[in-house]
Ligand binder design. Structure first.
Ligand code: IMP
Ligand code: MG
Length: 181
């Protein structure tokens, strides 16, 4: 495989991602075994690929809904501001909600989401996140299902982008610093 010239190196290859998603789905299937429905809240665009591979492996009854948020604009620096670009189609009151997100960086996005969804009086709320940057753990914002801890660099692929580019690479890779700094 010959990665794109903007790519520094592959951090998690496709097979490793899918193997880990097998494990995460198995855990979700076990922990939600008694529920008759889960609402999967997938955060666009970054979580689209992860969501797709995850839900194929779910045996517990669920529906998938989407929300689009904006945090970063075109740059790789957090603006500190989160906006809802597109809201859910389904009401979530009294529903078991599982947020599916691509990455935990500063945690602002998940914190914001958690606040919005809790205010809609959900029955339960959990977070399933594919990657978390090293050193970003936040005890007040625990991740229920975490795929991988990755280095604190800008990553792309498997849904993750830089200015909307490199999102469809099948692996998670570090972007060359000269591209984003
Ligand atoms: P947070 O709010 O700082 O946790 O950032 C979460 C959002 O920022 C994610 O949903 C991503 O869209 C984006 N993001 C943060 N770090 C990266 C990265 O390394 N690559 C691509 N997107 C990122
Ligand atoms: Mg993004």
């Amino acid at each position: 495989m010959n990665p794109h010239s903007d790519i520094e190196k592959i951090l998690v290859d496709e097979k490793t991602i899918l193997n880990r998603i097998d494990e995460m789905a198995a855990q979700i299937n076990t922990e939600y075994a008694d529920e008759d429905n889960i609402i999967i809240v997938s955060i666009l665009k970054g979580a689209f690929m992860f969501t797709s591979d995850l839900v194929k492996r779910l045996t517990v009854p669920h529906i998938v809904d989407f929300m689009a948020l904006s945090t970063y604009g075109e740059k790789s620096e957090a603006s500190g501001e989160v906006r809802v670009i597109m809201d859910l189609r389904h009401p979530v009151q009294n529903q078991h909600v599982l947020i599916v997100e691509d990455i935990f960086d500063t945690g602002l996005t998940l914190q914001f989401l958690e606040r919005i969804l809790q205010s809609r009086n959900v029955a339960s709320l959990k977070k399933c996140v594919l990657t978390q940057k090293e050193g970003r753990e936040n005890p007040s914002l625990n991740i229920d299902y975490l795929g991988f801890t990755i280095p604190d660099v800008w990553v792309v692929g498997y849904g993750l982008d830089y200015a909307d580019k490199h999102r469809t690479l099948p692996y998670i890779a570090e972007l060359k610093q000269e591209v984003y700094l």
